[in-house]
Design a protein. Structure first.
Length: 331
């Protein structure tokens, strides 16, 4: 058994059992992957995949355990390889952040700008997804940091920190009767047509209307669509406060909803089994509202915890040619 075989098993599973796609991703040949997996199956005495001719059809029950183990082993080996590079290139590399749409658009840019001012050689890639997809990305090693509202399970794999509270506001045109007021009560909105950003708020969870059901005229895909609809007179908008910019959103007013508490709290998540890196720790602290400094991230009620390593270190040497990659990936 060798690491190449485990990498092949993991990549085949990731590519939905498509051997051609797995070979392309690993810069190797399809027959080489097939041969290595068969050899591993013979060594283990089990079938990892069921087959129809030369094509893989499904992962067997015992194969699911092998795939999970391969994912775990390869991830840990890659983390070990990154440790030396991480300390040799402490202020370089690429940081991968997974975030839901509203955080990626309204919360991350300022934090990234401040981070880049301190670490100009660190590149940042932002990947958007649903709350569940974002959490899974960081758990599986596909991202260094997740920013989400998902209720993350206490499975011991992640370290989490509370971030910004998302308070809903009502958005109205400047000519609306509410526009001259300092706030609005949620009960006053009960009889009005609403335009709602459903990613952020479940109306039943936060609308204190004495049992009344909100009259939702439009369920929008994001806050920008909500504001466009409000400008067209389709109703009173409900969005996250951080999504409203008075200087940019000309012609609109945002009013606090007096009887509404913070609807959701953003969560920063990092892998527990990781080594510290100054840039990642600084970004997590910026997002958590703390001034970056020499102190370490801490879990609530727990000991100090280091932030995760950079996901894709940028090497100073030229990238190897595809031929070199093929040679290195072939067992």
């Amino acid at each position: 058994m060798n690491l190449h075989q485990l990498r092949f098993v993991r990549e085949v599973a990731r590519q939905s059992l498509n051997l051609t796609a797995a070979a392309r991703a690993l810069y190797t040949s399809q027959p080489g992957i097939s041969k290595s997996i068969i050899e591993l199956e013979h060594e283990l005495g089990i079938e990892i995949f069921t087959r129809h001719g030369k094509r893989l059809r499904a992962v067997t029950e015992q194969g699911k355990h092998v795939v999970a183990a391969a994912e775990r082993i390869v991830r840990e080996v890659d983390a070990l390889k990154r440790i030396g590079l991480d300390y040799a290139q402490r202020d370089q590399g690429e940081l991968v952040v997974a975030a839901t749409q509203v955080y990626a658009r309204y919360l991350l840019p300022l934090a990234i700008a401040r981070l880049r001012a301190r670490f100009p050689k660190v590149k940042v890639s932002v990947v958007q997804g649903s709350a569940e997809q974002v959490a899974e990305r960081v758990r599986s090693g596909g991202a260094d940091l997740a920013l989400t509202t998902a209720a993350l399970p206490d499975d011991g794999a992640l370290v989490t920190l509370a971030c910004a509270g998302l308070r809903p506001v009502a958005v109205v045109p400047v000519a609306h009767p509410f526009a001259t007021r300092s706030c609005v009560d949620s009960a006053e909105l009960a009889g009005l047509e609403l335009v709602v950003d459903d990613e952020m708020f479940r109306q039943g969870d936060w609308f204190g209307m004495g049992g009344a059901t909100p009259e939702v005229a439009v369920r929008a895909s994001d806050a920008e669509m909500v504001k466009n609809c409000v400008g067209l007179g389709l109703g009173v908008g409900i969005i996250a406060e951080l999504a409203f910019d008075p200087e940019r959103d000309i012609g609109l007013r945002a009013l606090p909803i007096a009887t509404t508490a913070v609807a959701q709290t953003a969560c920063i998540a990092l892998r527990r089994a990781s080594c510290a890196h100054r840039a990642l720790q600084a970004l997590a602290e910026l997002l958590a509202g703390e001034r970056p400094g020499p102190h370490r991230l801490t879990e609530r009620g727990g000991p100090a915890v280091g932030a995760a390593a950079l996901h894709r270190p940028i090497y100073s040497a030229p990238a190897p040619a595809p031929a070199q990659e093929r040679e290195r990936a072939t067992p």
